[in-house]
Every structure is written in structure tokens, then in C-alpha cells.
Design a protein around this ligand. Structure first.
Ligand code: C2E
Ligand code: CA
Ligand code: CA
Length: 748
């Protein structure tokens, strides 16, 4: 089905969309989560640079402060010419108490001079005076030395020296030493939460100050000695350093990836060398990556979930649409169109099938006399029963209200009747149990497919329907086959329909009369007019064969008026001949009650022959009663007003309604022949008859028992106070002349 294909297409499109979106999300997630560390490492390098700048400033500020201290002292010495004074050392001793120098001293231009330490101890002829930095100061250039080991304290120190002038002549150098550790403590530790290290190196890579926790071996004096950098990187860095420029790099050392920065200090040829393992950044990085990844994962899962939900909704709504399109909403069985689709497919593979139409008799009765819900329950039960009875590769559906169609295997024909009978019996038993003992009867019409895969399914169904229609109208479960007889009767039907109009014109329809006898007196009470079709070749066709067809095609209206004409004509003859004429019943088709002009035509005929209306009894069938109560009530009133008598025919053959007795003002009630032919439950049937007759007589309705064939039956109906009897016991329907001869008397 195209709709199905559309749904499939939609689902495929959705799946492709899911796949694409998932791929994009996964790719994006991976890309972002992988680029985060890179980004952060770049970020960390920048931070490393900033950090090195910060420490550089701290370091320079400390060195600057130390020089300022010396500059102030030097300026004082120059101003007061204290260098000439013997007490200079005393002055220096005092001032050293107020600064952080380890020792301070004044070296004269000969390179001689004393020092005083922090404890105020004076050290004569110090070795410091011989240090090159002091010589440089004596030549007029102030400076700070490399790290040297202090001979007195055994600590690492830096020597600060500034020239002292007398006018433009250098008269000496003010010299002080500063604990390297104190200087370095200002910057060591704490870089990148303790993960990073700061060293001071010179342009050749020699360590000038190194962290206690070096990143390369303690014994290594030069950064470039340990193969930290490859050749190219080594050349690049040293080139930059030789020009006093800044350098940023990264390298792997002892399996750890490091970020590094070389920041020139501007003092001597010193460089601040900052180093941090990238892994230490990665801790926070991986957390971040994890967060990003889980965000992407949850977005991905949500997207997939939403899509799945959409697909689920599409499938669900498709299913319910399919249910509407393919299934009967009440019972859940296939509907006709689905059945047709599947059955046609199966027929193409094998024609070893029979098509069965299961028809429930009087289903309308169930709905009208019990409850709609009871009817629904019954249909659901039938669906379940069909399900149980269908074997593999057999199919069934509910075609219309009370029609179920099955396609069952036909290879073993002898099995079909028992199978279908058992199905119908189940339905009967169910109805007896759930509907106050009312026994539902059904008929199965069967048409074998017999290697016929051409005839359309609906034609086969019509054939099965026809088989049911042609089956005897017995009130029991039965199986009716579409066979030669049915085929012929259908042909007859066509023949009848083709010839009926001509037959009427040629007066082929003849009148027969059957007496209704007063059971008390044995005298004629009235008669019933019955039609016979005597064709041109002399064959007599009985009304059962053509009346149902005429009722269906509307021709009955014409025939009934024709028959009424014949009855009235006969009555006029008899009246004129002076016979004691009794009323005649005429059977009238249903149309009688629904056509306004009909009564007028009816009256016209009686007027034509001048027949008193009281001589005509109008027989209506019981089926009519149920369908249109209000209209019927009105019609009966009109007919009564016109002086006709009304008889209800065939009471008990269909769905008998005792209500109709009180609802309609009828004059006569004809109990159907079926009461007397009942063989299943004679007692029950007699009881029902008895009660109907009692009720009718209470309502002043004359009762007629139809189909009396034996004395015994006559005795029985008489014993239950039935008023009239009609049947072969008294007479078959006979020609009017014979009727006159046998039953009419001249008026006295
Ligand atoms: P119905 O009105 O119930 O007529 C009674 C039928 O029972 C008649 O069949 C009659 O021959 C038959 N019958 C009477 N006594 C006995 C009996 O003791 N045993 C048996 N086995 N049958 C008995 P018929 O004449 O074949 O008529 C069949 C039906 O055709 C009638 O049933 C009636 O409904 C219809 N019909 C007959 N003539 C006309 C007509 O002119 N117009 C209309 N609309 N329907 C007609
Ligand atoms: Ca009748
Ligand atoms: Ca009848």
C-alpha cells in the first residue's frame, strides 16, 4: 500500500537523519574535547609567559632595591667624604643593622678595605675586595656578581658593588653581599600551584640559580647538557638568547611533555627559565574534557531518544491508521478490503479454496429485542469462533453487519459441512446461553473456487449469497452450496424478470382461492386469494418462485392490483349470481403501505366492481410490522376508516412480536404453518401458540391457523380456541369455479 511505503520512507529518512546528527555530534564532541587540551596548553603557555614576567619583575625589584640601598649609602659617603674618615667602618656597621646585606664594606682604589657583617663583626682585608665585580666598580661601573660561595659563611651570595666618587675620580667601591637564597626565595616555588619551576640561567644555559627541585638532574650544570632539546630547537633558543630575546618552547624530557619560557632579565646575561609539565595542566584539562564529552554524550543520547520517540509515534499512529483501514472496529477482524487483498494473493498461489458466507438469521431481531450490546457481543463471539475454526492459510473477515466471509481449504470437501456446522452450532449455543435461551440460527453459503482465480471475489460472494437465498427457509443451521440448482434458479430469476411484464399483459397470472374454515361450525368463513403463473406452454409456476423476485423489483405492486381486480371481478360475478359471498383475503406486498397513490388505486378497483369494502381482507406480513411502526399504524387506521379488514400474515415465522398485537389495530392473526410443522420442540411450540391465541382473543382478534393438513392438527388448534383453520385438510388453493361449486351457497 502506498501509505505504508510513505511511512517506511519517513522512517528511513529519520534514521538517516539520526545517523547524520549522531555523527556530527560525535565528531564535534571529539573535536572539541581533543582541541580543549591544545587550547588550554596554548593558554597555559601564555600564562607561563605572564608568570615569568611577574617573577622577573619581583626579582628585578629586589635587586633594584639593593642597589638603591647602596646608592644612598654611596651618596652619603661621597657627600661627607666619609671615605677619608677612620670611622667609616663604624658607620657602615650601624647602617648594616638596617638593611638585609650579609656584609658591607668599602674598598679603596688600591683594592683594600674592611667589611662588617650582620652581627657587627668587622672582617679585615676581605677576599671580596679581590672579586672582579669590585674591580669593575673601581673602574666606574656598578654591578651584581654571579653566584659565588662566601668563604666566611659558606653560603651562596651575590656581590653588589658601586663606585664612590670624589668629583670625577673613583675613590673606592661600596661593596655588599646578599644571600642568593634570600633573593631566590622571592621567586622560587608556587609557580602553577607548585607544579612549575623557575631557574635563572645564563645565555649559555649554565644554571645561575636553580630551584631545589630541579626538573633536570642536580648534577647537571648546564641546561643544554642533558639533551632536553633537539638540535634545531637548541639552535633556535640559543640564537634568540644570544640576541637577548625572549623564547617560548616545549619539549619532552623523561617521558614528560614540558612547556618552557626563556625570559631575559637584563642583568648580566641572565635569563629567567620557567618550566611546567603539560601534564599538570591536563588534570584540570581532563576534567573539563570529561565534562564536555559528557555534555555531548547526553545531547547525543537525547537526540537519539527524541528521534526514537518520533519514530515510535509514527509507527503507532500508522498502526492505528492501519487498524482503521484494515480492521473492523467492533470485532477486530479483517474488513472486506483487507480480506480481499489477502485472499486475492492467496488465490493466485492455490485455488484449492472455498468461499463461505456466514449469514446470521434474524440478526436484526437480536438488536431490537435484546440490546445493541448483546448484538455486539454476539458478533465478537462469532469473530473468535471463526478464528478458532480457521486453519493456517485460511482467512476470514466481517463484511457487513451480520455477514462473515471465510476462505477455507476445500481439498477435503466432505469435511467442509461438519466444520461449518460445528461453527454455527457454537454460535447457537452461545446465543442460547447469553440471550435468554434464544437460539441463533445461521446459514453458510459456499462457493468452491475450483481452479478459478479469475472471477472477482465480490462475484464469488454474491454466488455464496445466492446459495443462501435459494436454500430452503428452514429455521435451523444449514450449509447451502452454490451448485447447478442455484445456478438454474438464478437463470430462472432472470427469465422471470425478463418475461413478467409480458406475462401480465397476456393474463398468465391466475387466481386460486383457498378456504378459511370456521373451526367451531366447519363452515366457510372466508378465503385467501393466491396467485399462480401459468405460462404459455402450460407450466404452472408457484408464487414462492416469483413473489420474492417481484417484491424486490417492485413488480409486485402491479401484480397485487391485478389480482385484486380478479378477486373483485369474481366477487361481482358471484354477487350478481346471488351467492352468499364471504370475504376474500388478498396478499399485499410491502409497497402497499408506503405509496400514497396505492390506496386510491385500490379503492378505485373496488368501486369499479362495486364491491363492499367489508368483503376484502388485507393480509400484511409480519416483517413489515417491525420496520416502520408509526407509518404502519397510520396506514391501518386509514384502511379501517375505508372499511377494510386487516390480517397479519405468517405470524411466528420471522421475529414474532407480541407487541405488534397491542400496537396495531388488526382484525385477524394468521399463525404461520411453522408452528404445526415444528418437530424439534412440539410442546414448547404448542404452548406458544396457546398463549398467542389467548392474547389475541382477549384483544378481540380473530385467529387463523395456517397449514392444517391433518385431523389431529385441526383438533389441536380447535382445542386451544383458534377461530379459523386453513390448509390442505380443507382444500388446496383451487380455481374460482371449483371454489364456488364446493364452498358457496346461494343466498336464501
Ligand atoms: P401465504 O400467504 O402464507 O399463503 C399460504 C401458502 O401456504 C400458500 O402457498 C398455500 O398454497 C400454502 N398452503 C396452504 N395450506 C397449506 C397446507 O396445508 N400445507 C402446505 N404445505 N401449504 C399450504 P402459495 O400459494 O404457494 O403462496 C406462497 C406465498 O406467496 C403466500 O404465502 C404469499 O405470501 C405469497 N402470495 C401468493 N399469492 C400472492 C399474491 O397474489 N400477492 C402477493 N403479494 N403474494 C402472494
Ligand atoms: Ca397470505
Ligand atoms: Ca401465511
Amino acid at each position: 500500500m502506498p501509505k505504508n511505503r510513505t511511512i517506511k520512507k519517513q522512517i528511513v529518512i529519520l534514521c538517516v537523519l539520526i545517523a547524520i546528527i549522531s555523527l556530527v555530534l560525535t565528531g564535534l564532541g571529539l573535536k572539541i574535547s581533543f582541541s580543549i587540551p591544545k587550547m588550554l596548553i596554548e593558554e597555559s603557555k601564555k600564562e607561563l609567559t605572564d608568570t615569568s614576567e611577574l617573577y622577573k619583575n619581583i626579582l628585578l625589584r629586589q635587586i633594584d632595591g639593593n642597589f638603591q640601598m647602596l646608592d644612598t649609602l654611596g651618596a652619603y659617603i661621597e657627600a661627607t667624604e666619609a671615605y677619608k674618615n677612620e670611622n667609616l667602618i663604624e658607620y657602615l656597621k650601624e647602617s648594616n643593622l638596617r638593611n638585609d646585606f650579609m656584609m658591607i664594606g668599602f674598598i679603596d682604589s688600591d683594592g683594600k678595605g674592611d667589611f662588617v657583617n650582620m652581627e657587627g663583626i668587622i672582617l679585615k682585608d676581605s677576599y671580596v675586595g679581590k672579586e672582579p665585580i669590585v674591580s669593575e666598580a673601581l673602574s666606574g661601573k656598578k654591578g651584581i656578581s654571579e653566584v659565588v660561595k662566601d668563604k666566611w659563611s659558606d653560603k651562596h651570595i651575590n656581590i653588589y658593588a658601586i663606585p664612590v666618587y670624589d668629583g670625577t675620580d673613583v675613590v673606592g667601591a661600596l661593596t655588599a653581599t646578599y644571600n642568593t637564597k634570600d633573593l631566590y626565595s622571592k621567586i622560587d616555588g608556587g609557580v602553577f600551584n607548585g607544579a612549575g619551576r623557575i631557574h635563572i640561567i645564563d645565555t649559555s644555559g649554565n644554571f645561575i640559580l636553580r630551584s631545589d627541585d630541579p626538573f633536570i638532574g642536580n648534577n647537571i650544570k648546564n641546561l643544554f647538557d642533558d639533551g632536553v632539546f633537539n638540535e634545531n630547537e637548541f639552535l633556535r633558543i640559543t640564537k634568540l638568547m644570544s640576541k637577548g630575546e625572549y623564547a617560548l618552547t616545549e619539549s619532552k624530557y623523561n617521558d614528560t611533555q614540558y612547556s618552557m619560557v626563556f625570559n631575559p632579565l637584563g642583568i648580566n646575561n641572565w635569563y629567567l627559565f620557567c618550566v611546567v609539565p603539560q601534564k599538570s595542566l591536563a588534570g584540570s584539562l581532563s576534567k573539563m574534557t570529561q565534562i564536555v564529552r559528557s555534555i555531548f554524550l547526553s545531547v547525543l543520547v537525547s537526540v537519539i531518544f527524541i528521534f526514537m520517540y518520533i519514530i515510535h509515534i509514527i509507527i503507532e499512529s500508522n498502526n492505528s491508521m492501519e487498524k482503521l483501514a484494515y480492521y473492523d472496529s467492533l470485532t477486530g477482524a479483517y474488513n472486506w478490503s483487507k480480506f480481499k487483498e489477502l485472499a486475492d494473493k492467496q488465490r493466485r498461489q492455490s485455488s484449492d479454496y472455498a468461499l463461505v458466507l456466514l449469514d446470521i438469521s434474524n440478526f436484526r431481531f437480536v438488536n431490537e429485542f435484546f440490546d445493541i450490546s448483546k448484538g455486539d457481543d454476539l458478533l465478537c463471539f462469532i469473530k473468535e469462533a471463526c478464528e478458532r475454526h480457521c486453519e493456517e492459510s485460511e482467512l476470514f473477515c466481517r463484511e457487513a453487519a451480520d455477514h462473515f466471509i471465510m476462505m477455507i481449504h476445500s481439498s477435503q470437501k466432505e469435511k467442509i459441512v461438519p466444520r461449518l456446522m460445528s461453527l454455527m452450532n457454537e454460535i447457537s449455543v452461545y446465543s442460547q446461553n447469553s440471550m435468554q435461551g434464544y437460539k441463533i440460527q445461521s446459514t453458510c453459503g459456499v462457493k468452491y473456487l475450483e481452479n478459478d482465480s479469475e472471477t472477482p471475489l465480490n462475484v464469488l460472494v454474491s454466488m455464496a449469497k445466492l446459495a443462501i437465498q435459494k436454500a430452503p427457509k428452514e429455521h435451523k443451521n444449514k450449509v447451502a452450496f452454490y451448485n447447478q440448482k442455484v445456478h438454474e434458479s438464478e437463470q430462472l430469476k432472470n427469465k422471470i424478470e425478463n418475461t413478467m411484464a409480458d406475462a401480465l399483459a397476456r393474463h398468465e397470472f391466475a387466481l386460486r382461492l383457498q378456504p378459511k374454515i370456521d373451526l367451531n361450525t366447519g363452515e366457510l368463513h372466508s378465503s385467501e386469494a393466491l396467485v399462480r403463473w401459468i405460462t404459455s406452454d402450460g407450466t404452472m409456476i408457484y408464487p414462492d418462485q416469483f413473489i420474492p423476485i417481484f417484491e424486490q423489483n417492485g413488480f409486485c405492486v402491479k401484480l397485487d392490483l391485478y389480482m385484486l381486480d380478479k378477486v373483485c371481478c369474481t366477487l361481482r360475478e358471484w354477487l350478481d349470481a346471488g351467492y352468499d359471498v364471504k370475504p376474500v383475503s388478498v396478499n399485499q406486498s410491502r409497497s402497499f403501505f408506503y405509496r400514497d397513490r396505492y390506496l386510491a388505486k385500490f379503492n378505485e378497483i373496488l368501486e369499479k366492481y362495486n364491491i363492499p369494502h367489508s368483503l376484502i381482507i388485507i393480509e400484511i406480513t409480519e416483517g413489515l410490522v417491525v420496520s416502520n411502526i408509526e407509518q404502519l399504524r397510520k396506514s391501518i387506521k386509514k384502511l379501517h376508516a375505508s372499511g377494510y379488514l386487516i390480517s397479519m400474515d405468517d405470524f411466528g415465522s420471522g421475529y414474532s412480536s407480541l407487541n405488534s398485537l397491542k400496537d396495531f389495530d388488526i382484525d385477524e392473526l394468521k399463525l404461520d404453518r411453522i408452528f404445526l410443522t415444528e418437530t424439534d420442540n412440539i410442546e414448547k411450540s404448542e404452548k406458544i401458540m396457546k398463549n398467542i391465541i389467548r392474547l389475541a382473543s382477549d384483544l378481540n382478534i380473530t385467529t387463523v391457523a395456517e397449514g392444517i393438513e391433518t385431523e389431529k392438527q385441526a383438533e389441536f388448534v380447535k382445542s386451544i380456541n383458534c377461530n379459523l383453520g386453513q390448509g390442505y385438510l380443507y382444500s388446496k388453493p383451487i380455481e374460482t369455479e371449483e371454489f364456488k361449486r364446493l364452498f358457496l351457497k346461494k343466498k336464501t
